[in-house]
Design a protein around this ligand. Structure first.
Ligand SMILES: Nc1ncnc2c1ncn2[C@@H]1O[C@H](COP(=O)(O)OP(=O)(O)OP(=O)(O)O)[C@@H](O)[C@H]1O
Ligand SMILES: [Mg+2]
Length: 278
């Protein structure tokens, strides 16, 4: 039975304890915007789960509500209706603030801050004093491929470096739930492939729960355990694929029959949702 105080498995069985609950569970989320007096439905009853240490990718047509969904999970936006459980606990939007690390779409670094002080922003936002936050950011520069660039300003960094600095800012506060909205969107194919490998490695080490929005089907398969396809607006779950690749992920897996099969399945699903009318 569905009860807000009693998170449940998809088959309706109540979880025995928060430890058994998924990291994130969304049930029947509805979200609307009012645009010039007209109400527009972005999400129309969307339900999904992200398990503990599970990497889920979200793909779907432009405008299907992917960023809206991450805004809701992060607590930046209040849903019209539906329920959001984090670790089995029912949460209102205000309670979700700070529970996840969120790299928003087109996440820009502040041009007047250096790499280190941009990277420290996430920690500062969670109450860590600036000097300590910058120290902790500095200690991670090498791991994020930013060695020697801690004092540089965003305009002095390459596109890949800027993305890694934004990543460092997102990851530093070490949340169990990481929300990434097209983190590699603006990059060339080589830098993108490089950062995908790097993210796969980072995930292997720390195993957070990840919800990644991407338009790139190959990126979704390469990185994720499960890929969820949304319908065109108003967004709902149209299709779900459990990725058949083993872990750890290696670059040459993209030529494997399993990868090619998964890609064909997803492209087919996207073609179907892309042509349906709403
Ligand atoms: N602040 C807003 N005010 C009014 N409408 C909005 C607002 N934000 C989003 N929308 C509308 O809600 C729908 C979903 O937007 P959203 O940004 O979540 O889509 P998306 O799936 O992230 O798209 P994309 O892939 O292009 O980033 C779109 O039709 C969009 O125009
Ligand atoms: Mg978006």
């Amino acid at each position: 039975m569905t009860s807000p105080a009693n998170p449940h498995a998809p088959d309706g069985t109540p979880y025995m304890s928060p430890a058994q609950a998924p990291r994130l569970e969304l049930i029947d989320i509805v979200s609307t915007y009012v645009e010039r007096g007209r109400r527009l439905t972005a999400l129309a009853g969307l339900s999904l789960q992200v398990g503990k240490a599970e990497f889920v990718a979200l793909v779907g047509p432009s405008g299907s509500g992917k960023s809206t969904l991450l805004d809701i999970v992060s607590g930046l936006l209040i849903e019209d209706s539906g329920t959001v459980f984090i670790d089995g606990e029912l949460t209102a939007a205000a309670q979700r603030l700070g529970k996840s690390a969120y790299m928003q779409q087109r996440d820009l670094l502040l041009p007047w801050r250096t790499t280190v002080s941009n990277a420290a922003l996430g920690l500062e936002a969670s109450g860590v004093p600036r000097a300590e936050a910058e120290q902790r950011a500095s200690a991670q520069l090498q791991r994020f491929g930013l060695n020697g660039f801690g004092g540089a300003y965003p305009a002095q960094l390459s596109g890949g470096m800027r993305q890694r600095a934004a990543f460092l800012r997102t990851i530093l506060p070490r949340k169990d739930l990481v929300l990434l909205d097209e983190p590699f969107g603006a990059l060339d194919a080589l830098t993108r492939a490089d950062l995908q490998m790097w993210l796969a490695g980072l995930w292997e080490q720390e195993r957070p729960s990840v919800l990644l929005v991407t338009h790139d089907v190959e990126e979704a398969i390469f990185l994720a355990d499960r890929v969820i396809v949304l319908t065109p607006r108003p967004g709902r779950v149209a299709f779900e694929l459990t990725v058949s690749l083993l872990r750890p992920r290696m670059r040459d897996m993209i030529a494997s029959p399993a990868f090619i099969q998964d890609r064909a399945t997803l492209l087919h699903a996207l073609g179907l949702v892309g042509h349906s009318s709403t």
